[in-house]
Design a protein around this ligand. Structure first.
Ligand code: GLP
Length: 251
């Protein structure tokens, strides 16, 4: 696990965008595992800039997203499908038919989960998986639990996650209570993983993620078992690691 510091959100975003950009340059047919939330927005902006300058093309890439709310149509402005379109896809040359996300409108949870697992399998796995981290240590929507869920499944969101994501909705009651998410095994099967974290609200959970025991109660802690994880965090998010385990920070 590599832990890279950044002085602020913008520097974190640029460093992460450079890694994704290098991946796409080295392998234009990369399968990109993409994430939502506020953490990756800055890095998507940098990728859009690099694309605009003619430095990278996504025309041969495939993109597979981590998760989607149950009950939201892809045209709903709170859906993750809409988020991806607005924040990245519509600004670059990726082919929309090469972008994949769980279908939040499929209420047959088993069928949708199996369909999505088959999509990931058909793509041959993910080359580089981008992640954010929830305040409670969730990755994608894998919430703290007693066991690690393996593949795509439907989850009940915790109250903590519902409250943390309330900022994206007009009314807290509008937030879906369930979501489809890739499982921990699907995420861990990616060849490379890049996690971005920003803000003091992530500092304690980031410390537990990298320095604590590996436990499904802190889902992101499983990343300690992956052999190619890069965490890029701004100084606020790094603050507890800096204080308690500075030797873990690579720069
Ligand atoms: C949501 C997403 C996660 C994301 C998390 C953190 O729950 N499902 O993939 O990592 O939010 O979001 P933020 O980056 O806005 O803090």
């Amino acid at each position: 696990m590599r832990i890279l510091g950044a002085k602020n959100y913008d520097e974190m975003s640029r460093k992460a965008a450079n890694i994704i950009s290098a991946q796409v340059t080295l392998n234009p047919k990369s399968v990109l595992g993409l994430a939502t939330g506020s953490s990756p927005i800055g890095l998507y902006n940098h990728l859009i800039k690099l694309h605009g300058q003619g430095d990278i093309s996504f025309s041969e890439c495939q993109a597979v997203n981590l998760d989607e709310y149950l009950g939201l149509d892809k045209n709903s402005d709170q859906s993750y499908a809409y988020f991806m379109y607005e924040n990245l896809f519509k600004h670059v040359d990726i082919k929309l038919e090469n972008t994949y996300i769980p279908n939040g409108m499929n209420t047959d949870e088993c069928a949708e989960s199996e369909r999505y697992n088959a999509v990931i399998e058909k793509l041959g796995g993910v080359d580089i998986q981008l992640l954010g981290i929830g305040n409670n240590g969730h990755i994608a929507f894998n919430e703290p639990d007693d066991v690690f869920a393996k593949k795509t499944h439907c989850v009940e969101l915790t109250q903590n996650t519902i409250e943390a994501n309330a900022r994206f909705f007009d009314n807290i009651d509008d937030i879906p209570k369930k979501a489809y998410t890739m499982g921990v095994q699907s995420i861990m099967s990616a060849k490379k993983i890049v996690l971005v974290a920003s803000g003091v609200g992530k500092a304690e959970i980031l410390y537990q993620t990298v320095a604590g025991g590996i436990t499904p109660n802190v889902p992101a802690s499983v990343l300690q078992l992956h052999n190619d994880v890069t965490i890029i965090a701004d100084e606020d998010a790094l603050s507890v690691i800096r204080e308690k385990a500075p030797h873990l920070i690579n720069n």
